[in-house]
Write a protein that binds this ligand. Structure first.
Ligand SMILES: [Zn+2]
Ligand SMILES: [Zn+2]
Length: 378
């Protein structure tokens, strides 16, 4: 009763559709199959593996799946592709409602693409919509579950199947939203950001498979350096958009395994927009589509996001992190950041970020004005 895998489908998606035939979730089916063969399989370890199904090799599962589906082992292994562990989302991915509605109208059920498991994949290149987990009717979280032997999207709030429901809400956050309701109130974006995000996520996916980026943010970088630069700057950019989401879990320092794997696309897209502009600013004039919100700017300051202007959003310990990153990972961008750090040190007090957070975002401009009045003339 195993369904055929679809072109570009993620292993976790095929497993979820397979499970739906038996009214089980994907992980539920995997647990049932594994318990038959591995007597001492421990539940905690199984759950950990199941959350990283598309990224980490798991020969025991591949074998039981191949046998249950009457497929060659290589056919199951071939479904696990494109995402390395470091860059893979955990658990079910966010989706493009337009893609889901179109393909489900054809196939009778939901499936998800391997790219959607990639932590930096935030926008659908076909429909130019931000990926998400929201119900197209009520905007609350919904999820895939088996209904009558097929995998469908179910909204608990609407208490209905919303699989083929067209989106009636705006297609990309946060276009034209007032600062208070933006996910990342430090920045404003316009529709050109869609193209930026599409190119950036494409370059990141290429880089994971060893290809050089083609965008103005890293043409000269090796794929490894480019990935590490984006990862490090994303960590810092989250601080710049931090106020919006104090609940974002983030370590204080950049650890080797930190990535966006648990963040929702709206947060990843905000940070990635800042990173794209910052990296491009080392090579080109201001990159269009994203800018600092006017409330943050001092008199005469332009809203362009660049290496220098990212520096004044950072707390002192984060500026230290940036300095440590400069000699190695971010060599190509070093000059731009050094200018930014020098300008920041001459204008802003060391405790500015802590004070800004206490003051709230609306207080940022007043605070910066006061600090620059106190600073000695250059
Ligand atoms: Zn789509
Ligand atoms: Zn709903």
């Amino acid at each position: 009763m195993a369904p055929r895998s679809l072109p570009g489908e993620a292993l976790s998606s095929w497993l979820a559709r397979f499970g739906a035939r038996y009214d089980l979730s994907g992980p539920g089916l995997a647990m049932a199959l594994l318990r038959g063969t591995e007597r001492d399989a421990d539940d905690a370890a199984l759950h950990h593996h199941l959350r990283r199904l598309d990224a980490a090799a798991w020969p025991a599962l591949d074998r039981v799946l191949a046998s249950a589906a009457r497929l060659d082992l290589s056919a199951v292994e071939a479904l696990r592709r494109r995402c390395s562990d470091h860059w893979s989302r955990v658990g079910p991915p966010p989706w493009c409602q337009a893609c889901v509605a179109t393909t489900a109208a054809r196939d009778g059920e939901v499936h998800w693409r391997a790219e959607w498991m990639f932590a930096f994949w935030v926008i659908c290149p076909v429909h130019r919509r931000l990926l998400g987990r929201a119900c197209p009717l009520c905007a609350r979280d919904c999820f895939a579950r088996p209904i009558a032997g097929r995998l469908r999207l179910w909204c608990p709030a609407c208490a209905r199947d919303v699989t083929t429901q067209a989106c009636t809400r705006p297609s990309l956050w946060p276009l034209s939203e007032p600062p208070r309701s933006r996910v990342c109130p430090a920045i404003v974006v316009d529709p050109r950001l869609r193209e930026t995000l599409r190119r950036m996520q494409g370059d990141l996916l290429h880089a994971v498979s060893g290809r050089r980026p083609t965008g103005p943010w890293g043409r000269s970088s090796s794929p490894e350096r480019f990935l590490e630069a984006v990862r490090a700057l994303s960590f810092l950019a989250l601080a710049a958009t931090w106020h919006a989401r104090p609940s974002v879990r983030r370590p204080r320092t950049l650890t080797p395994d930190w990535s966006f794997c648990e963040e929702p696309p709206a947060v990843v897209a905000g940070a990635l927009a800042v990173v794209s502009a910052v990296l491009a600013s080392a090579f080109e004039p201001p990159w269009p589509g994203v800018a600092w919100t006017p409330e943050l700017l001092r008199g005469g300051e332009t809203p362009d996001i660049a290496a220098g202007s990212l520096c004044w959003h950072l707390a002192p310990d984060e500026t230290g992190l940036l300095t440590r990153l400069l000699p190695t990972t971010l060599l190509a961008y070093r000059d731009a950041f050094e200018q930014g750090l020098a300008a920041t040190a001459s204008v802003l007090a060391r405790n500015r970020e802590a004070a800004r957070r206490r003051a709230g975002f609306g207080g940022a401009q007043r605070l910066r004005d006061a600090q620059s009045r106190r600073a000695p003339p250059a």
